[in-house]
Design a protein around this ligand. Sequence first.
Ligand code: MSP
Length: 508
Amino acid sequence: MAQNYYITTPIYYVNDRPHIGHIYTTILADVFARSHRLLGDDVFFLTGTDEHGQKVQDAAEARGLEPIQHADEMVVQFQEIWKDLDISNDEFIRTTEARHTSVVSEVLSDLYDRGEIYVGEYEGWYCKHCERFWTKKDLVEGNCPNPDCQRPVSVISEKNYFFRMGKRRDWLIDHIRKNENFILPASRRNEVLGFLDGPLGDLCISRSRKRLSWGIPLPFDEDYVTYVWFDALLNYVSGVGYRRDDAFEKWWPASLHLIGKDIVTTHCVYWPTMLEAMGLPLPKSILAHGWWTQGGEKVSKSKGGAIDPRPLIEKIGLDAFRTVLLREMIIGADAGYSEERLVARYHSDLANDLGNLHYRTLSMIEKFLGGKVPKPGPGGSLQEKAESLKKDCRSLVESYSFNDLLDRVFDLVREGNRVIDREQPWRLAREEKTEELERVLYGVAEAVRIAFLYLSPLQPTTAAKARSTLGLDGTWGKLDEEGKWGGLRAGSEVRIGKPLFPRLEPGD
Ligand code: MSP
């Protein structure tokens, strides 16, 4: 049954350009969003940028700009790359927009008025040189952990504002235990339960303006700005009109917050307790994916390894890139980033298996059947695989078993190639066994159509093109109809065109 599906990505810091980590998260979210649209769901897909806080203030300062000037420049890089990568987000939220800052102020005032935020003493380890607070566990041999500093720190105690997070510990444990799909995968769920085994303190949500001015002012104390995470997490509700628009009732609670494994605590502990205090229901699922690594380390700009995939996209095409990127990372696990591996995957899955099946099938329809789709017949093993995919698609998508879904699509593709090798349509043509020839070629052409149907969330442009090469128009309908065996129309003309996934030659 059609449902409302609201999906979010983390909002990205504008201290840096987008890199492969951000790109993976956003493409994965896009593929989920498009898959739900294919299933017939009503989808809202939100992404955006996190523009306040120390990191952004520091990055702006280093460039001699005001933070907002810096953010205005950087945000364009995100907006442009999402366009270039064919990301189908419905909204883009910046935390410096009034529609967000005003919601943050109202939430703060409300929580303060209800005693959920209180003033207290904060004790932290302060580095004068870096002008930053650290916690005890951040320190390296008792000194500032910034590798360029490493100076002694001093314990400072100052007035700050706290959100009553700690008293919600038992309630949160209970929610996590009762809702198996709240935190995914199970390894992250266990990690959060382990974290909650210890005591849970209240959350310091203020930063003194003496040290950090780039933030949303606390509505009840002008000497402070809001802690960047308290501000940023609220984008998930401000971005769908919380306190402003009836649409909020339609979309909240979110179906999925997709995040990386490094931001699990903020999303699975801070955010649920904030929502509970605000009287809002919790998101249905929070899914944490792993890291792209190089040399065993997380890829990140600060480690000097920011990967720009654009040269690879030039080589293999955007849709192929989106596909191999998702094929190479099992959701939840880490994966080593290697262009060679992605290219090898391109050759095996796309050039050899799918591209080859598409090209040889259409060539044979042209050569042996005058370029016309034959009449439908029983599809044997191909039909069986296609029908079981249709039956399982929603549950595979909903359980985020996307890698399994893709395995099964490529299994259908390989079966298509096996059927051709076994039945040898060129022999059937020679022996003038027309009925059998038509049955075989209809079956493999239909398998091509169905494979592209399931790949259309990953390959929006190529799948539309493939559909039109099969004598249909370039627009996919919903899975309910399109997933049925027998969608190709007898008599329609195929248009073979160039191979969809050409092999790369040395030097390409
Ligand atoms: N601004 C916060 C999120 C606030 S959400 C309310 C933030 N931003 S970030 O730009 O640093 O990171 C955003 C996302 O990119 C995170 O989910 C993070 O896991 C992901 N990635 C950054 N580097 C990554 C890899 N090397 N591999 C995979 N994803 C990683 O955190």
